[in-house]
Design a protein around this ligand. Structure first.
Ligand code: 5GP
Length: 202
């Protein structure tokens, strides 16, 4: 599994991470989004097999027992997991893969695969984060409080990420993520095969 690139993006909820990731996928359509499994119910507009694979808790447990997840975690009472097979297949094919997962899962991915680019997205300020969580509209005050508390603990994980993007402005933040990806594509060790081909041909 020495081909392919993967970018892992994490952010406290309410940071605008999904919009930034969407922009990256629009501009670089060759990137494959790693579709996680979850027991959470779909939100309006979410599509099974595109945003997530929405499955029951029972099915999730069975998949854990069969060792199908590279990592999984419980978040706000719902289970989320990354398929180890899907990841390995995409990377073996040399695909670029985007993962949108929270820091605990991201850390497990880093330990397991020993590669990848880890990007943490931050809101302009903590006050702004709370405001964005409140304005989301589809959450109850208790959920907002829980998400804010979780955000506080996730922020502590920033220390081991490679890159940080402050989402003051969606366009700028998206450009930064796109630039990180493009820079990765240009890394010498990612281009070994192409360089070899170039060197061998007059
Ligand atoms: P949401 O329910 O808002 O879509 O996602 C909640 C959180 O779960 C987000 O921080 C998202 O990045 C994270 N998440 C989504 N899929 C996975 C996954 O497969 N593994 C882990 N560890 N976190 C995930």
């Amino acid at each position: 599994m020495d081909k392919g690139i993967f970018i892992v993006v994490s952010a406290p909820s309410g940071t605008g991470k999904s919009s930034i990731c969407q922009r990256l996928l629009q501009v670089c359509p060759e990137i494959k989004f790693s579709i996680s499994y979850t027991t959470r119910v779909p939100r309006p507009g979410e599509v099974d097999g595109k945003d997530y694979f929405f499955i029951s808790r029972e099915e999730f447990q069975e998949r854990i027992e069969r060792g199908e997840f590279a990592e999984w975690t419980e978040n706000y009472g719902n289970l989320y997991g990354t398929s180890i097979k899907a990841m390995k297949d995409l990377l073996a094919k040399g695909e670029a893969v985007l993962l949108d997962i929270e820091p605990r899962g991201a850390k497990k991915i880093k330990q397991q695969f020993r590669r990848g680019i880890f990007v943490f997205v931050l809101p302009p300020s903590r006050a702004e984060l709370l405001k964005r969580l409140e304005e989301r509209g589809h959450e109850t005050p208790a959920v907002i409080r829980a998400r804010y508390a979780q955000a506080e603990s996730e922020l502590k994980e920033i220390s081991w990420y490679d890159y940080v993007i402050f989402n003051d402005n969606l366009e700028t933040a998206a450009k930064q993520l796109i630039s990180i990806y493009i820079a990765q594509r240009c890394k010498r060790n990612h281009l070994q095969a192409k360089i070899k081909q170039f060197m061998n041909k007059k």
